[in-house]
Design a protein around this ligand. Structure first.
Ligand code: PHE
Length: 460
């Protein structure tokens, strides 16, 4: 038996919490709010929900099946399962995407997670007191203009992530999520209650739930689908890695549904907390990545006990980010462990150091390298900075492509014995999942990708 597979989750809840911990992160609060805001609200959210339950949850089932059955790091897991199925090496792409995508995500994710810590300190020291929206916006601008500051906070987050992953599955990851997840939910609920008390609540609900399809184009579809993959951490190796430590007694479809429902609930609840603030402070929901970092400090600056509340919020956002970042570090680390003589600690240091370098490039794209368009020659990337390219490439391309491969592989290629064994039964649930995995999910992803990336080339 190999190094990384000796460990197992100590309890079912430990695994579920870790998987939800991975899923629930900046994606649910920071990214969901701004992509939904830019995508026009209700219509985006409707497409998002369809993407989650018709496409991404079925892919999640597939990913957990391959991960548990392969029982190794993402690359070897994909290789083992495709060999057992007698299928060609093309399916190993799933494994490679499963270590490259989380590595790229880790690099830019720690930058944003760093902002939450920076904001924690600023809120605690009362720097937002008395500022209006323009003032808070200016603060965010000055944070982005300061590479040293961005690097410092990115380094802090990466170091915390590394220390936890060094502890391994039970003593590191499982312990961290058990401690960090529950308070996050409480604070979110408290924020919604605050949101309800604001004048903008009705407007926010209308914005989120009354769809206006006039704003929906190919790009919005791509973003809604990509957001569903990103938010559930699906198609990025993390579920392959986590499921390799999963005991056979856990029901995969039940776990997948639980993760999907929990993650979606947090995103919607976060929206119900953020959009009322956005509207009642006269901000635009289409603000972009700074949405949360401008709207929330605004609210906290004017709210009774705003400092306490604001600190709690940014602290917990940082917690949520860390329970996700550890899950991005684990797949490449398990890959290195399997293929080198390094021990876990050394493997963690190696991968984190590499992610640090990529993270520096990402954060420089807010200042010194703002004009660099690294993938500018590719369709869809013409206007994307380094940071945006890393995000677009992973969420909107790599993860969906991995989704197509995973569903086709588990739906059509592997034999029924493996499939039914991992799914746990052959009843109605299996038939529904098979239909989604064989037809609906791959076709939907394919159409959306063609629409978003290929067709625009021909339309100029
Ligand atoms: N799902 C995480 C979030 O919402 C991000 C993530 C993506 C984590 C891919 C792991 C792998 O913040």
């Amino acid at each position: 038996m190999t190094v990384s597979t000796k460990q197992e989750w100590s309890t079912h809840t430990g695994f579920i919490l870790a998987a939800i911990g991975s899923a629930v992160g900046l994606g649910n609060v920071w990214k969901f709010a701004y992509v939904a805001g830019e995508g026009g609200g209700g219509a985006f959210i409707l497409i998002y929900l369809a993407s989650v339950f018709l496409v991404v949850v079925p892919v999640l089932v597939a990913e957990l099946m391959v991960g548990r059955h392969g029982h190794k790091d993402p690359v070897d897991a994909a290789r083992a399962v495709r060999k057992e199925a007698g299928a060609g090496p093309v399916w190993e792409t799933i494994g490679w995407l499963g270590i490259i995508a989380p590595f790229i995500i880790l690099s830019f994710y720690c930058v944003v997670a760093g902002w939450t810590l920076d904001y924690l300190v600023m809120t605690a020291s009362g720097q937002f007191r008395g500022l209006d929206s323009a003032g808070v916006s200016a603060v965010f601008g000055s944070v982005l203009q300061d590479p040293g500051r961005l690097i410092m906070w990115q380094t802090v987050v990466l170091a915390i992530t590394a220390v936890i992953v060094m502890g391994g599955i039970q003593n590191g990851i499982e312990r961290a999520v058990t401690f960090l997840m529950p308070p996050l939910f409480l604070i979110l609920i408290a924020l919604v209650i605050y949101g309800v008390s604001l004048g903008g609540f009705g407007e926010a609900v209308a914005f989120m739930f009354v769809p206006d399809f006039s704003q929906v184009d190919g790009e919005v579809l791509v973003r809604a689908l990509g957001q569903a993959f990103f938010s559930l951490s699906v198609g990025a190796g993390m579920m392959l890695a986590y499921a390799s430590y999963l005991p056979n007694s856990v029901s995969i479809p039940r776990a997948a549904l639980t993760i999907g429902v929990a993650d979606t609930a947090v995103a919607i609840v976060a929206g119900l907390a953020i959009f009322p603030i956005v509207f009642s402070y006269g901000l635009s929901p289409a603000e972009g990545p700074e949405l949360v970092f401008v709207s929330l400090p605004n609210a906290f600056a004017n709210l009774p006990f705003g400092t306490v509340f604001g600190c709690a919020f940014f602290l917990l956002l940082a917690f949520a980010a860390v329970t996700s970042s550890i899950s991005m570090l684990e797949p490449p680390v398990s890959f290195v462990l399997q293929r080198s003589r390094l021990n876990r600690r050394q493997a963690v240091v190696l991968v984190s150091a590499m992610a640090w370098v990529f993270g520096c490039l990402a954060l420089l794209s807010f200042n010194l390298l703002a004009d660099v368009r690294p993938l500018g020659l590719l369709p869809g990337f013409e206007d994307k900075s380094i940071f945006d390219s890393m995000d677009h490439l992973t969420s909107n391309l790599m993860m969906p492509i991995s989704g197509i491969l995973l569903t086709l592989f588990t739906g059509w290629v592997i034999n029924a014995k493996i499939r039914n064994g991992e799914f746990g039964g052959a009843g109605l649930g299996l038939r529904v999942w098979l239909f989604l995995a064989r037809f609906v999910a791959p076709a939907a992803i394919f159409v959306i990708l063609v629409n978003g990336f290929i067709l625009p080339v021909f339309h100029g």
